[in-house]
Design a protein around this ligand. Sequence first.
Ligand code: HEC
Ligand code: HEC
Length: 368
Amino acid sequence: MFMLDHKKIISTAMIASAIFFGTAHAGEQAIDGGAIYKVKDGMYTSYAVNTQDKKDFKYGKVPSKTEIAAWDIDVMPDGTGLPEGKGSVERGDELYEVKCGMCHGDFGSGGQGSRSTYPTLSVGSASTETLTNQRNVPDADGPKRAIGTYWPQASTLFWYIQSGMPFPHPKSLSNDDTYALVAYILSINEIEIDGETLDDEYVLDREKFLKIKMPNVDGFIPNIDGPEGPANVKKFLNDPKNYGNGTRCMKDCIDPKVNIVRIKVEINAFEPPMSVERTMKEEKVTGKVHPGQKLYEASCSVCHATDAMGAPNLGNKDAWASVLEKGIDKVYANGINGINAMPPKGGAIDLTEAQFKSAVDYMIKNSK
Ligand code: HEC
Ligand code: HEC
Protein backbone atom coordinates (compact mmCIF):
# COMPACT_ATOMS: atom_id res chain seq x y z
CA MET A 1 0.00 0.00 0.00
CA PHE A 2 1.63 3.26 -1.00
CA MET A 3 0.84 6.92 -0.69
CA LEU A 4 1.71 9.82 -2.90
CA ASP A 5 2.66 12.20 -0.14
CA HIS A 6 2.77 15.28 -2.29
CA LYS A 7 -0.78 14.79 -3.50
CA LYS A 8 -2.05 13.62 -0.14
CA ILE A 9 -4.38 11.06 -1.55
CA ILE A 10 -5.39 7.68 -0.27
CA SER A 11 -4.67 4.95 -2.79
CA THR A 12 -7.70 3.42 -4.48
CA ALA A 13 -6.97 0.07 -2.85
CA MET A 14 -7.17 1.75 0.55
CA ILE A 15 -10.43 3.40 -0.36
CA ALA A 16 -11.88 0.16 -1.64
CA SER A 17 -10.86 -1.60 1.53
CA ALA A 18 -11.96 1.28 3.72
CA ILE A 19 -15.38 1.42 2.17
CA PHE A 20 -16.13 -2.21 2.62
CA PHE A 21 -14.50 -3.18 5.89
CA GLY A 22 -16.01 -4.40 9.05
CA THR A 23 -19.06 -4.57 11.23
CA ALA A 24 -19.91 -2.19 14.08
CA HIS A 25 -23.11 -0.34 14.77
CA ALA A 26 -25.51 -0.37 11.84
CA GLY A 27 -25.30 2.99 10.18
CA GLU A 28 -21.85 3.97 11.31
CA GLN A 29 -18.36 2.61 11.18
CA ALA A 30 -14.98 3.33 12.63
CA ILE A 31 -12.27 2.52 10.12
CA ASP A 32 -9.52 3.47 12.51
CA GLY A 33 -9.06 4.18 16.18
CA GLY A 34 -10.36 7.72 15.83
CA ALA A 35 -12.86 8.80 13.24
CA ILE A 36 -16.38 7.40 12.93
CA TYR A 37 -18.12 7.59 9.59
CA LYS A 38 -21.79 7.22 8.80
CA VAL A 39 -22.58 4.32 6.53
CA LYS A 40 -25.26 4.28 3.90
CA ASP A 41 -25.83 1.42 1.46
CA GLY A 42 -22.54 -0.05 2.56
CA MET A 43 -20.59 3.11 1.75
CA TYR A 44 -18.75 5.32 4.18
CA THR A 45 -20.48 8.56 3.37
CA SER A 46 -17.46 10.79 3.72
CA TYR A 47 -15.43 8.41 1.57
CA ALA A 48 -17.99 7.23 -0.92
CA VAL A 49 -17.12 7.84 -4.52
CA ASN A 50 -19.39 10.34 -6.18
CA THR A 51 -20.53 8.35 -9.18
CA GLN A 52 -22.26 11.30 -10.79
CA ASP A 53 -18.93 12.85 -11.54
CA LYS A 54 -16.74 10.73 -13.77
CA LYS A 55 -15.39 13.58 -15.86
CA ASP A 56 -12.03 14.02 -14.22
CA PHE A 57 -9.81 12.34 -11.75
CA LYS A 58 -10.33 14.22 -8.55
CA TYR A 59 -8.41 13.88 -5.34
CA GLY A 60 -10.21 13.16 -2.11
CA LYS A 61 -9.84 14.58 1.33
CA VAL A 62 -6.58 14.73 3.23
CA PRO A 63 -6.39 11.61 5.41
CA SER A 64 -6.04 12.16 9.13
CA LYS A 65 -3.02 10.89 11.06
CA THR A 66 -5.05 8.11 12.66
CA GLU A 67 -6.41 7.01 9.29
CA ILE A 68 -2.92 6.76 7.90
CA ALA A 69 -1.69 4.93 10.97
CA ALA A 70 -4.57 2.43 10.77
CA TRP A 71 -3.82 1.49 7.17
CA ASP A 72 -0.08 1.88 7.25
CA ILE A 73 0.78 -1.73 7.97
CA ASP A 74 3.61 -2.06 5.50
CA VAL A 75 6.05 -4.84 6.14
CA MET A 76 9.46 -4.22 4.63
CA PRO A 77 11.87 -6.85 3.23
CA ASP A 78 14.26 -6.18 6.15
CA GLY A 79 11.54 -7.12 8.65
CA THR A 80 10.52 -3.59 9.62
CA GLY A 81 6.84 -3.69 10.54
CA LEU A 82 6.68 -7.49 10.73
CA PRO A 83 4.86 -8.41 13.95
CA GLU A 84 5.62 -11.35 16.25
CA GLY A 85 3.36 -14.35 15.79
CA LYS A 86 3.25 -17.85 14.40
CA GLY A 87 1.11 -20.23 12.40
CA SER A 88 1.43 -23.68 10.87
CA VAL A 89 0.91 -24.76 7.26
CA GLU A 90 -1.91 -27.01 8.47
CA ARG A 91 -3.75 -24.12 10.16
CA GLY A 92 -3.20 -22.03 7.04
CA ASP A 93 -4.71 -24.82 4.93
CA GLU A 94 -7.84 -24.85 7.12
CA LEU A 95 -8.18 -21.07 6.99
CA TYR A 96 -7.60 -21.08 3.25
CA GLU A 97 -10.41 -23.54 2.65
CA VAL A 98 -12.89 -21.48 4.64
CA LYS A 99 -11.86 -17.95 3.70
CA CYS A 100 -9.97 -17.99 0.41
CA GLY A 101 -10.50 -21.12 -1.68
CA MET A 102 -13.94 -20.16 -3.00
CA CYS A 103 -12.26 -17.40 -4.98
CA HIS A 104 -8.64 -18.47 -5.43
CA GLY A 105 -9.38 -22.14 -6.23
CA ASP A 106 -8.02 -25.41 -4.82
CA PHE A 107 -4.34 -25.11 -3.89
CA GLY A 108 -4.29 -21.55 -5.20
CA SER A 109 -5.03 -22.68 -8.75
CA GLY A 110 -7.00 -19.50 -9.43
CA GLY A 111 -10.67 -18.78 -10.05
CA GLN A 112 -12.18 -20.92 -12.80
CA GLY A 113 -14.54 -19.88 -15.59
CA SER A 114 -16.42 -16.72 -14.72
CA ARG A 115 -14.34 -16.44 -11.54
CA SER A 116 -11.14 -16.23 -13.55
CA THR A 117 -10.53 -12.68 -12.35
CA TYR A 118 -9.53 -14.13 -8.97
CA PRO A 119 -5.77 -14.47 -9.18
CA THR A 120 -3.83 -17.71 -9.24
CA LEU A 121 -1.74 -17.93 -6.07
CA SER A 122 0.48 -20.80 -7.17
CA VAL A 123 1.65 -22.39 -10.40
CA GLY A 124 3.24 -25.27 -8.51
CA SER A 125 6.99 -25.53 -8.38
CA ALA A 126 8.16 -21.94 -8.29
CA SER A 127 11.89 -22.27 -8.78
CA THR A 128 11.89 -23.41 -12.42
CA GLU A 129 9.45 -20.82 -13.72
CA THR A 130 10.72 -17.55 -12.26
CA LEU A 131 11.04 -14.36 -14.22
CA THR A 132 14.80 -14.71 -13.87
CA ASN A 133 14.78 -18.09 -15.61
CA GLN A 134 12.36 -17.01 -18.27
CA ARG A 135 14.34 -13.91 -19.10
CA ASN A 136 17.09 -16.20 -20.30
CA VAL A 137 14.83 -18.79 -21.88
CA PRO A 138 11.76 -16.85 -22.94
CA ASP A 139 8.88 -19.24 -23.34
CA ALA A 140 5.96 -18.71 -25.63
CA ASP A 141 3.60 -17.93 -22.77
CA GLY A 142 5.78 -15.33 -21.09
CA PRO A 143 6.62 -15.38 -17.40
CA LYS A 144 4.03 -16.66 -14.95
CA ARG A 145 2.97 -13.85 -12.70
CA ALA A 146 2.20 -15.84 -9.58
CA ILE A 147 3.60 -15.38 -6.09
CA GLY A 148 6.37 -18.00 -6.14
CA THR A 149 7.54 -17.26 -9.66
CA TYR A 150 7.30 -13.49 -9.63
CA TRP A 151 7.17 -11.80 -6.24
CA PRO A 152 10.68 -10.85 -5.15
CA GLN A 153 9.86 -10.46 -1.43
CA ALA A 154 7.67 -12.45 0.96
CA SER A 155 7.09 -9.32 3.05
CA THR A 156 4.62 -8.16 0.37
CA LEU A 157 2.61 -11.30 0.96
CA PHE A 158 2.23 -10.61 4.68
CA TRP A 159 0.97 -7.04 4.48
CA TYR A 160 -1.06 -7.61 1.33
CA ILE A 161 -3.02 -10.45 2.90
CA GLN A 162 -3.48 -8.62 6.18
CA SER A 163 -4.59 -5.31 4.70
CA GLY A 164 -6.47 -6.55 1.63
CA MET A 165 -7.78 -10.11 2.12
CA PRO A 166 -10.14 -11.84 2.34
CA PHE A 167 -11.56 -9.53 -0.29
CA PRO A 168 -14.88 -8.82 1.49
CA HIS A 169 -13.25 -8.47 4.97
CA PRO A 170 -9.83 -6.81 4.81
CA LYS A 171 -7.98 -6.29 8.10
CA SER A 172 -9.91 -9.11 9.78
CA LEU A 173 -7.00 -11.59 10.09
CA SER A 174 -4.91 -11.83 13.27
CA ASN A 175 -1.12 -11.89 13.07
CA ASP A 176 -1.07 -15.64 13.81
CA ASP A 177 -3.65 -16.39 11.12
CA THR A 178 -1.71 -14.28 8.64
CA TYR A 179 1.49 -16.24 9.43
CA ALA A 180 -0.45 -19.48 8.90
CA LEU A 181 -1.85 -18.34 5.54
CA VAL A 182 1.57 -17.12 4.37
CA ALA A 183 3.05 -20.49 5.40
CA TYR A 184 0.34 -22.33 3.46
CA ILE A 185 0.76 -20.17 0.35
CA LEU A 186 4.54 -20.62 0.42
CA SER A 187 4.04 -24.38 0.78
CA ILE A 188 1.79 -24.65 -2.27
CA ASN A 189 4.41 -22.66 -4.18
CA GLU A 190 6.91 -25.33 -3.06
CA ILE A 191 9.18 -22.73 -1.50
CA GLU A 192 11.70 -23.91 1.07
CA ILE A 193 12.90 -21.89 4.03
CA ASP A 194 16.53 -22.34 5.02
CA GLY A 195 16.61 -25.65 3.15
CA GLU A 196 13.49 -26.95 4.91
CA THR A 197 10.38 -28.13 3.06
CA LEU A 198 7.15 -26.64 4.38
CA ASP A 199 5.14 -29.73 5.31
CA ASP A 200 1.87 -29.63 7.29
CA GLU A 201 3.56 -29.45 10.69
CA TYR A 202 5.86 -26.59 9.68
CA VAL A 203 5.32 -23.55 11.92
CA LEU A 204 6.25 -20.18 10.46
CA ASP A 205 7.24 -17.42 12.89
CA ARG A 206 8.99 -14.06 12.65
CA GLU A 207 12.49 -15.48 12.89
CA LYS A 208 11.92 -18.04 10.10
CA PHE A 209 10.03 -15.50 8.01
CA LEU A 210 13.15 -13.32 7.86
CA LYS A 211 15.06 -16.25 6.32
CA ILE A 212 12.70 -16.61 3.35
CA LYS A 213 14.42 -16.10 0.02
CA MET A 214 11.87 -15.89 -2.78
CA PRO A 215 12.92 -17.72 -5.99
CA ASN A 216 12.50 -14.53 -8.03
CA VAL A 217 14.39 -12.25 -5.64
CA ASP A 218 16.83 -11.26 -8.39
CA GLY A 219 14.26 -11.22 -11.16
CA PHE A 220 13.81 -7.49 -11.42
CA ILE A 221 16.75 -5.60 -12.86
CA PRO A 222 18.04 -3.04 -12.28
CA ASN A 223 17.45 -3.05 -8.53
CA ILE A 224 15.84 0.33 -7.94
CA ASP A 225 15.48 -0.01 -4.17
CA GLY A 226 17.66 1.64 -1.56
CA PRO A 227 20.41 4.24 -1.74
CA GLU A 228 22.17 2.42 -4.61
CA GLY A 229 18.97 2.52 -6.71
CA PRO A 230 19.70 5.54 -8.95
CA ALA A 231 23.28 4.36 -9.59
CA ASN A 232 22.01 0.89 -10.53
CA VAL A 233 19.53 2.40 -12.99
CA LYS A 234 22.23 4.56 -14.56
CA LYS A 235 24.57 1.63 -14.95
CA PHE A 236 21.81 -0.49 -16.47
CA LEU A 237 20.80 2.15 -19.01
CA ASN A 238 24.41 2.85 -19.96
CA ASP A 239 24.84 -0.74 -21.08
CA PRO A 240 23.22 -1.12 -24.53
CA LYS A 241 23.34 -4.92 -24.16
CA ASN A 242 20.47 -4.60 -21.72
CA TYR A 243 18.02 -3.46 -24.32
CA GLY A 244 19.09 -4.82 -27.67
CA ASN A 245 22.28 -6.78 -27.23
CA GLY A 246 24.25 -3.79 -28.50
CA THR A 247 22.88 -3.94 -32.05
CA ARG A 248 21.02 -0.98 -33.50
CA CYS A 249 17.82 -1.89 -35.24
CA MET A 250 15.31 0.17 -37.22
CA LYS A 251 13.34 -2.59 -38.98
CA ASP A 252 12.06 -6.11 -38.13
CA CYS A 253 13.66 -5.76 -34.77
CA ILE A 254 12.06 -8.58 -32.88
CA ASP A 255 14.58 -11.35 -32.79
CA PRO A 256 13.52 -14.32 -30.69
CA LYS A 257 17.06 -14.63 -29.36
CA VAL A 258 16.94 -11.16 -27.81
CA ASN A 259 16.14 -11.14 -24.14
CA ILE A 260 12.72 -9.58 -24.30
CA VAL A 261 10.16 -10.74 -21.82
CA ARG A 262 6.51 -10.35 -22.57
CA ILE A 263 3.99 -9.92 -19.83
CA LYS A 264 0.54 -10.91 -20.96
CA VAL A 265 -1.86 -9.62 -18.40
CA GLU A 266 -1.54 -5.87 -18.16
CA ILE A 267 -4.02 -3.38 -16.80
CA ASN A 268 -4.51 -0.74 -19.48
CA ALA A 269 -7.35 1.39 -18.24
CA PHE A 270 -9.96 1.79 -15.58
CA GLU A 271 -13.44 1.26 -16.95
CA PRO A 272 -15.43 3.28 -16.08
CA PRO A 273 -12.92 6.02 -15.28
CA MET A 274 -12.80 6.60 -11.57
CA SER A 275 -13.59 9.81 -9.79
CA VAL A 276 -12.57 9.92 -6.17
CA GLU A 277 -14.34 13.13 -5.28
CA ARG A 278 -16.14 12.74 -2.01
CA THR A 279 -19.09 15.05 -1.83
CA MET A 280 -21.93 12.80 -0.72
CA LYS A 281 -23.91 14.25 2.15
CA GLU A 282 -23.82 12.38 5.42
CA GLU A 283 -27.32 11.23 6.19
CA LYS A 284 -28.96 10.51 9.51
CA VAL A 285 -30.16 6.94 9.97
CA THR A 286 -33.83 7.10 10.88
CA GLY A 287 -36.58 4.55 11.40
CA LYS A 288 -36.24 0.81 11.90
CA VAL A 289 -33.12 -0.87 10.58
CA HIS A 290 -33.68 -4.01 8.45
CA PRO A 291 -32.07 -7.06 10.10
CA GLY A 292 -30.21 -7.83 6.87
CA GLN A 293 -28.73 -4.37 6.48
CA LYS A 294 -25.69 -4.86 8.69
CA LEU A 295 -24.97 -8.24 7.08
CA TYR A 296 -25.32 -6.71 3.63
CA GLU A 297 -22.95 -3.89 4.50
CA ALA A 298 -20.39 -6.22 6.02
CA SER A 299 -20.42 -9.05 3.48
CA CYS A 300 -22.25 -8.19 0.26
CA SER A 301 -21.85 -4.49 -0.53
CA VAL A 302 -18.26 -5.08 -1.64
CA CYS A 303 -19.71 -6.53 -4.86
CA HIS A 304 -23.39 -5.60 -4.82
CA ALA A 305 -22.98 -1.84 -4.33
CA THR A 306 -21.33 -1.24 -7.71
CA ASP A 307 -21.38 -2.64 -11.24
CA ALA A 308 -17.73 -3.62 -11.14
CA MET A 309 -18.30 -7.33 -10.48
CA GLY A 310 -21.44 -7.80 -12.59
CA ALA A 311 -23.57 -8.44 -9.50
CA PRO A 312 -27.20 -7.25 -9.40
CA ASN A 313 -26.87 -3.90 -7.61
CA LEU A 314 -28.74 -2.80 -4.56
CA GLY A 315 -31.41 -0.45 -5.91
CA ASN A 316 -31.34 -1.73 -9.50
CA LYS A 317 -35.00 -2.61 -10.05
CA ASP A 318 -34.55 -4.19 -13.49
CA ALA A 319 -31.61 -6.35 -12.45
CA TRP A 320 -33.43 -7.71 -9.40
CA ALA A 321 -36.72 -8.16 -11.25
CA SER A 322 -35.00 -10.41 -13.77
CA VAL A 323 -33.11 -12.29 -11.04
CA LEU A 324 -36.41 -12.92 -9.23
CA GLU A 325 -38.10 -14.35 -12.31
CA LYS A 326 -36.67 -17.74 -11.39
CA GLY A 327 -38.44 -17.66 -8.00
CA ILE A 328 -37.12 -16.67 -4.60
CA ASP A 329 -36.18 -20.21 -3.49
CA LYS A 330 -33.97 -20.67 -6.52
CA VAL A 331 -32.39 -17.25 -5.89
CA TYR A 332 -31.59 -18.12 -2.26
CA ALA A 333 -30.17 -21.47 -3.37
CA ASN A 334 -28.02 -19.87 -6.06
CA GLY A 335 -26.65 -17.40 -3.53
CA ILE A 336 -25.92 -20.11 -0.97
CA ASN A 337 -24.26 -22.47 -3.46
CA GLY A 338 -22.64 -19.77 -5.56
CA ILE A 339 -23.37 -18.88 -9.15
CA ASN A 340 -20.86 -17.70 -11.75
CA ALA A 341 -18.67 -14.96 -10.18
CA MET A 342 -20.73 -15.03 -6.97
CA PRO A 343 -18.88 -17.37 -4.57
CA PRO A 344 -20.98 -19.55 -2.18
CA LYS A 345 -22.65 -17.18 0.33
CA GLY A 346 -20.62 -14.38 -1.26
CA GLY A 347 -17.59 -15.78 0.55
CA ALA A 348 -19.17 -15.13 3.97
CA ILE A 349 -19.17 -18.82 4.87
CA ASP A 350 -19.80 -18.09 8.56
CA LEU A 351 -23.31 -16.74 7.89
CA THR A 352 -26.19 -19.10 8.70
CA GLU A 353 -28.71 -19.69 5.92
CA ALA A 354 -31.21 -17.50 7.76
CA GLN A 355 -28.70 -14.65 7.99
CA PHE A 356 -27.79 -15.02 4.35
CA LYS A 357 -31.44 -14.94 3.33
CA SER A 358 -32.07 -11.84 5.38
CA ALA A 359 -29.24 -10.07 3.54
CA VAL A 360 -30.87 -11.13 0.26
CA ASP A 361 -34.23 -9.86 1.53
CA TYR A 362 -32.66 -6.53 2.41
CA MET A 363 -31.31 -6.15 -1.11
CA ILE A 364 -34.62 -7.12 -2.69
CA LYS A 365 -36.61 -4.79 -0.42
CA ASN A 366 -34.38 -1.89 -1.45
CA SER A 367 -34.49 -2.71 -5.13
CA LYS A 368 -38.23 -2.41 -5.81
C1 HEC B 1 -14.39 -12.90 -2.81
C2 HEC B 1 -13.22 -13.36 -3.48
C3 HEC B 1 -11.89 -13.42 -2.71
C4 HEC B 1 -11.64 -14.01 -1.50
C5 HEC B 1 -12.61 -14.72 -0.58
C6 HEC B 1 -10.21 -13.87 -1.26
N1 HEC B 1 -9.62 -13.19 -2.29
FE1 HEC B 1 -7.64 -12.81 -2.51
N2 HEC B 1 -8.03 -11.76 -4.20
C7 HEC B 1 -9.28 -11.55 -4.75
C8 HEC B 1 -9.17 -10.60 -5.84
C9 HEC B 1 -10.31 -10.09 -6.70
C10 HEC B 1 -7.80 -10.25 -5.92
C11 HEC B 1 -7.15 -9.26 -6.87
C12 HEC B 1 -7.23 -7.92 -6.21
C13 HEC B 1 -6.56 -6.84 -7.02
O1 HEC B 1 -5.75 -7.14 -7.91
O2 HEC B 1 -6.85 -5.65 -6.73
C14 HEC B 1 -7.12 -11.02 -4.90
C15 HEC B 1 -5.73 -10.98 -4.70
C16 HEC B 1 -5.06 -11.76 -3.76
C17 HEC B 1 -3.63 -11.88 -3.67
C18 HEC B 1 -2.62 -11.23 -4.60
C19 HEC B 1 -2.42 -12.14 -5.78
C20 HEC B 1 -1.57 -11.55 -6.88
O3 HEC B 1 -0.82 -12.30 -7.51
O4 HEC B 1 -1.67 -10.34 -7.13
C21 HEC B 1 -3.35 -12.68 -2.60
C22 HEC B 1 -1.99 -13.11 -2.09
C23 HEC B 1 -4.62 -13.07 -2.03
N3 HEC B 1 -5.63 -12.51 -2.76
C24 HEC B 1 -4.76 -13.88 -0.92
C25 HEC B 1 -5.99 -14.20 -0.36
C26 HEC B 1 -6.13 -14.91 0.88
C27 HEC B 1 -4.99 -15.44 1.73
C28 HEC B 1 -7.47 -15.03 1.11
C29 HEC B 1 -8.16 -15.67 2.30
C30 HEC B 1 -7.80 -15.15 3.60
C31 HEC B 1 -8.17 -14.40 0.01
N4 HEC B 1 -7.24 -13.90 -0.86
C32 HEC B 1 -9.55 -14.36 -0.14
C33 HEC B 1 -10.45 -12.17 -4.36
C34 HEC B 1 -10.62 -12.88 -3.19
C1 HEC C 1 -17.22 -11.36 -4.55
C2 HEC C 1 -18.37 -10.67 -5.03
C3 HEC C 1 -19.71 -10.96 -4.37
C4 HEC C 1 -20.01 -10.95 -3.03
C5 HEC C 1 -19.09 -10.65 -1.85
C6 HEC C 1 -21.43 -11.22 -2.95
N1 HEC C 1 -21.94 -11.43 -4.19
FE1 HEC C 1 -23.88 -11.95 -4.63
N2 HEC C 1 -23.41 -11.94 -6.63
C7 HEC C 1 -22.19 -11.64 -7.16
C8 HEC C 1 -22.26 -11.73 -8.61
C9 HEC C 1 -21.13 -11.45 -9.58
C10 HEC C 1 -23.59 -12.10 -8.91
C11 HEC C 1 -24.17 -12.37 -10.31
C12 HEC C 1 -23.98 -13.83 -10.63
C13 HEC C 1 -24.51 -14.18 -12.01
O1 HEC C 1 -25.71 -14.45 -12.10
O2 HEC C 1 -23.73 -14.16 -12.95
C14 HEC C 1 -24.27 -12.24 -7.64
C15 HEC C 1 -25.58 -12.64 -7.53
C16 HEC C 1 -26.28 -12.75 -6.32
C17 HEC C 1 -27.64 -13.17 -6.19
C18 HEC C 1 -28.58 -13.59 -7.33
C19 HEC C 1 -28.54 -15.07 -7.56
C20 HEC C 1 -29.33 -15.46 -8.74
O3 HEC C 1 -30.11 -16.42 -8.63
O4 HEC C 1 -29.19 -14.83 -9.81
C21 HEC C 1 -27.97 -13.13 -4.85
C22 HEC C 1 -29.28 -13.51 -4.21
C23 HEC C 1 -26.78 -12.69 -4.15
N3 HEC C 1 -25.78 -12.48 -5.08
C24 HEC C 1 -26.71 -12.52 -2.80
C25 HEC C 1 -25.58 -12.12 -2.11
C26 HEC C 1 -25.52 -11.90 -0.69
C27 HEC C 1 -26.69 -12.02 0.27
C28 HEC C 1 -24.23 -11.57 -0.40
C29 HEC C 1 -23.63 -11.27 0.96
C30 HEC C 1 -23.88 -12.25 2.03
C31 HEC C 1 -23.47 -11.57 -1.63
N4 HEC C 1 -24.34 -11.89 -2.65
C32 HEC C 1 -22.12 -11.29 -1.74
C33 HEC C 1 -21.03 -11.32 -6.48
C34 HEC C 1 -20.93 -11.26 -5.09
